[in-house]
Design a protein. Sequence first.
Length: 127
Amino acid sequence: MSTASPLRTRLRAALLDARRARDAETVSTLRTAIAALENAEAVPAGPGRVDGGGGGDGDGEAPEDAVLGVGATEAARHELDDAEERAVLDAEIAALGEAARAYACSAPERAVVARRAAGLLTRLRDA
């Protein structure tokens, strides 16, 4: 699926609304969810190529053979389908639920925030 999927469209629209309302808590929740989706699209670096470039980094490529210039280290991103996007968002919701449980006794106010964030993402996922 492209970056204009229905789920991402809902998340971005909600982010815009939250920014207009100056709702920092909601903005943070939505930015985190959108970032999780974008991170899930990243392709892993090849073996021994953490920096994506060549030359002198132990990958056996000579520095003079390194590819240079704008976009030299760009790679096509994996496009998530609807099910994969939902799975990423489900993982975020589960993590928020776990955080709420962990905070329940020691920091109840943070538990409330985590439950609200999970509820928001659940509503947007199911819309």
